[in-house]
Design a binder for this molecule. Sequence first.
Ligand code: FE2
Length: 163
Amino acid sequence: MTSTHIQAPSELATTSEIAAGVAQFLSPVVRDLEALVVNGKQAHWHVRGGSFVGVHETLDQVVEHAQDYADTAAERVVALGLPLDSRIQTVAAQSTLPTLPDGFQSWQDTCATVVGQIDAALVTVRAAVNGLDDIDLSSQDVAIEIERGLTKDRWFLQAHLAS
Ligand SMILES: [Fe+2]
């Protein structure tokens, strides 16, 4: 009779290799989430129109959650002993989020635009979920939690546009 054996990460790679792999996948997640924090606030300040209050307040939740997710992902990297680069210049240069239009925006455009921002971040987060599967399950769990939360925030925004 054979039994299923789940390999612990320590059996697959050295600690330093695990840390490097985790940093490789979670650092881009942190940078995209920090970009979402900045752009989410920009959208929060500039939304206008009939659904102003709902969208304005939802965007503050998006920003608050994104900052919490970034903190969790960044501290996982640092807890494993490696630094990461989330300086503002690095975030601006390497974030995958599309450029946000400047100036005041209708609530409809704001919702669609920020959903697009979240979608870009979700591509990075889902790459981390997949990539971390063979590297470190605790770090993959961090990415999975972020994926679940971002998807929920996306729903809260997208629901404003649904007919
Ligand atoms: Fe505010």
